[in-house]
Design a protein around this ligand. Structure first.
Ligand code: SAH
Length: 329
């Protein structure tokens, strides 16, 4: 019996669940918090300033979606303990993570920190919220539609590769044969966050890769040991990601009543947050070889031809919130 074609988002969800359940993803790729400790530290300082802008609520939730190895949260908490002890005392750590394996790694990494884990954003308690999410949205499953004549088809994964099946109408422009991607879980998160921020104060920061404006094209990619691999190969053998459609995410959050800032290039955002000053400070107490490695890692995060331009920062905030740090016009 031949397996039925599987809709692309179902395939991607199944592939990533299998992948994150079994593998150490950091063999196949690296991320900003793993590149430099200064990344998590400046985001911790960002959250501390946001807490002041929110009026110093106590308690406040400091949450992270898709925390990976727990490195960003560990670095952020260390910085906060030093620069904003009042914020440290007021905050409660909540982590949104579906992979049992990564949850275990996060628990070890955050040893001694009182934290709660969730499968989804919408089970966070109703209280003021500061949310961090680095390379979380890019892991959420996408659907792909193809413009064919006056209508659209949708891409499914069949036993021998991609199959197109007729699809309903889609409110998007594309030339014949072009692919349009839609990430339904990201849309749901944008809507849920907006609904939440209409009732509770808060600010959420998303750092991820993708263009500033919605663009047509197939952005599904797989990484194995740092190299591009076939995204449709055996499900679970590689990490699958797609470009984040920041414009779509922002539009849905705004339609739900939230205030949105960005997307802004990650390099600009991190420079405004003081990534280089923090890096220089850390470098001063290191032997020369480690100091230059640290400075090099900050450049990797911020330089436009590396991660500084393709990666973007986007903030979603409660209506009429002050502008969060880094997003000043
Ligand atoms: N933020 C980390 C990890 C990025 S990898 C870093 O920068 O290193 C993506 C993370 O999101 C992993 O922790 C993965 O297990 C988690 N994740 C993927 N899909 C998820 C979902 N639907 N809900 C919650 N977490 C998810």
């Amino acid at each position: 019996m031949r397996p039925l074609p599987e809709r692309l988002d179902a395939f991607m969800a199944r592939a990533n669940a299998a992948y994150y359940a079994d593998r150490d993803p950091y063999v196949d790729f690296t991320t900003s918090p793993e590149i430099s400790q200064a990344f998590g530290e400046v985001l911790g300082a960002w959250a501390a300033v946001c807490w002041t802008l929110l009026g110093r609520p106590d308690p406040v939730i400091l949450a992270e979606a898709g925390p990976g190895r727990g490195t960003l949260m560990a670095d952020a908490l260390r910085a906060v303990t030093r620069v904003a002890p009042d914020f440290r005392a007021a905050l409660r750590v909540h982590l949104i993570e579906t992979s049992p394996r990564l949850r275990r790694i996060q628990k070890e990494r955050l040893d001694g920190v009182y934290a709660s884990w969730h499968d989804r954003l919408d089970t966070l308690p109703g209280a003021p919220l500061l949310l961090l999410a680095n390379e979380f949205l890019d892991a959420l499953p996408i659907r792909q539609f193809v413009r064919r004549g006056d209508g659209w088809t949708e891409r499914f994964v069949g036993p021998d590769g991609i199959i197109e099946q007729p699809a309903g109408p889609l409110n998007r422009d594309a030339a014949e044969g072009e692919i349009v991607e839609i990430c339904e879980p990201a849309r749901a998160i944008a809507g849920e966050l907006a609904a939440r921020f209409v009732r509770h104060r808060g600010m959420a920061l998303f750092l991820d890769y993708g263009p500033a404006e919605s663009a047509a094209g197939d952005s599904l990619q797989a990484l194995r040991e740092g190299r591009a691999a076939d995204p449709l190969a055996e499900a679970g053998s590689a990490d699958l990601t797609a470009h984040v459609d920041f414009a779509d995410f922002a539009r849905i959050a705004r339609a739900g009543g939230a205030a949105v800032h960005g997307p802004l290039a990650q390099g600009m955002f991190l420079a405004r947050l003081g990534l280089f000053q923090r890096t220089d400070r850390l470098a001063q107490s290191l032997p020369p070889a480690r100091a230059s490695a640290l400075i090099e890692s900050a450049r990797r995060l911020a330089e436009p031809d590396r991660m500084g331009r393709l990666f973007k920062a986007l903030a979603v905030c409660h209506p009429n919130a002050p502008v969060p740090p880094g997003f000043e016009p």
